[in-house]
Each structure stands twice: as structure tokens, then as C-alpha cells.
Design a protein around this ligand. Structure first.
Ligand SMILES: [Zn+2]
Ligand SMILES: [Zn+2]
Length: 135
């Protein structure tokens, strides 16, 4: 194993600071790590003991992947220790899709959007809230 080469490679990787979301490429203006958002999300999921099993499974795969990213990026403003490689919007959009896939129903989705709405510019999933709002 070429130790020297590995160190050089690692240094390069760590020095490469990124402030953009690995998913959408926009600047992360609200660094809030997926782990912190997940905590609140998991609490909310307690209401759906049946459906939550599958959601939690898929969520854990996502979190493992996110936390294995080695690049340098902003630290989360809540926990201060986790790096944030994906913006809250992209992450909650992912959560939203999980909720949708699990078929929790319109009421649950509306509730989710009220609680975890990071779509500040209303370009994405919050548009669906207008449709769901009539329920
Ligand atoms: Zn993003
Ligand atoms: Zn955090």
C-alpha cells in the first residue's frame, strides 16, 4: 500500500470545501444536518407505528450514506458537530417522498408539510400543499 499517495489524496479531499448541496447544487444557506431533522421526523412518525417501520429503514440507508461523505462543508447549526452535505430542502423532499410512498394519507402529508416545510421559495413540494389544503 502506498502510504504517501493515500495521505496526499486524503488531504486533497479534506481541503476541498464545498458549501453546495450534493443533491441540488445550490448553496446551503440553512445548514441543518439530516440527522437533526430526522430526530423531529422520527418523533412525528411515532403516530404511525405500522407504516413507520419501512420509512425508518429507508431513512437509515440515506443517513448512513450522507454521514459517510468525507468532504468539508458547513457544520449543522443545531448540533454543531455533523457536517451538512445536503440542504434541508432536498432532505425534507426526500422525507416527503418517503411519506408519500408509504401511503400515510392526505392528512398526514398536510401535517408533514406544515411541520417540515423548508421549501421557502415554494418551488417544489409545498405546491402540493395547496392541493392537499382542501382536505
Ligand atoms: Zn439541495
Ligand atoms: Zn445536526
Amino acid at each position: 500500500m502506498n502510504q504517501k499517495l493515500n495521505v496526499a489524496k486524503q488531504t486533497y479531499y479534506f481541503e476541498k470545501e464545498h458549501n453546495d448541496c450534493l443533491s441540488c447544487g445550490n448553496d446551503i444557506t440553512h445548514p441543518l444536518c439530516p440527522n437533526c431533522i430526522s430526530k423531529a421526523f422520527m418523533q412525528w412518525l411515532e403516530k404511525f407505528p405500522e407504516e413507520s417501520k419501512e420509512i425508518k429503514l429507508k431513512l437509515n440507508i440515506f443517513l448512513r450514506h450522507h454521514n459517510s461523505v468525507n468532504g468539508k462543508s458547513k457544520s449543522c447549526v443545531v448540533c454543531g458537530k455533523n457536517k451538512t452535505h445536503i440542504c434541508p430542502y432536498c432532505f425534507t423532499e426526500h422525507l416527503y417522498n418517503l411519506v408519500k410512498e408509504a401511503g400515510l394519507g392526505c392528512r398526514a402529508m398536510t401535517e408533514f408539510l406544515f411541520m417540515f416545510n423548508f421549501d421557502f421559495e415554494h418551488k417544489g413540494y409545498s405546491k402540493e400543499l395547496e392541493v392537499l389544503g382542501s382536505y
